[in-house]
Design a protein around this ligand. Sequence first.
Ligand SMILES: [Zn+2]
Ligand SMILES: [Zn+2]
Ligand SMILES: [Zn+2]
Length: 340
Amino acid sequence: MCPQCGNQVHFNNSQCFTCHAVLAYAPLEDQLVGLTPDMTAPSGRTCCSNREKIGCNWLRESNDSTGLCLSCLHTTRIPDTFDPIKAGHWSRLERAKRRLFYALIKFGLPLEPQPDRTTGSLMFEFLSDEIKPDGKVKRVMTGHASGCITINIEEADDAIREKHRTALREPYRTLIGHFRHEVAHYYWEKLIVGQDMLDACRATFGDDRADYGAALRAHYANGPRPDWQQSFVSSYACAHPWEDFAETWAHYFHMVGGLETAYAYGLNPQPIIPGAPQLVQLDDPYHVSDHAQLLEHWVPLTVAMNAMNRAMGHRDYYPFALTPVISDKLKFIHDLIEAQ
Ligand SMILES: [Zn+2]
Ligand SMILES: [Zn+2]
Ligand SMILES: [Zn+2]
């Protein structure tokens, strides 16, 4: 809501469409604030220095020394911004990443104030393929290693991402999906390795000591097992227990973020089952006592949204089906996040 006129403003807006107030978002306070003519918040805080460059609408934290907001300062490598196409990719990546950080803050997940390469803290590298002098292309692989999440910036190009999506027969491939998936690998290392939850995690997702490289090669050579839909949220989740954990974690973020967004716009679809009780909006989808409550609300929303998308000729909003086994996996993620 616009702090000046009370009209609707959206997550990425830097200005109110109605009263033209110049706005910025304070992530830790979860507050949209109006800026003074010198672009300062009433608290004296200033804007992220990526505001002009890529339209970041977040405020810096008061103790920040980098000039950047909490989300942007975790990006340690960016593409060549003199190339307008690459700068556009970077902008789209940061826009999706702010949604990730928004959720991490809402869930109360641990987050280092600054990226630090020596401690395996969370950081992001947005890189592009390199053409070597001999003409060979050095591919950038999207993935996670010791806290560092690398994204090939070409994923921000709709046509290229769609090409990969169809080649890999994925029903869903988005930037926000990449961020939610990759950050799961980071939190697996933070919250599971060497922690009490490790045995329960292995009981839920399988033994992660299975050779990862061999598992991935087998997955790409043979495809997923025929009955994967019964127990895995996506075919890629079959590849290895780490990937199952990451895909399920990403899904949990989809559900919670999706419900919060629906509620913000007054959407609260009901199950089309005769005699089913009316669902009352959850107070805070980020913190519910029982994961089953989320599913109960999420399923009717996805049914309605899929029908809406089909009515407009788009692909399904939510091309997934949740089974009892997947629900148990989501419960593990819910309990893990709630414990933080
Ligand atoms: Zn306004
Ligand atoms: Zn920023
Ligand atoms: Zn992964």
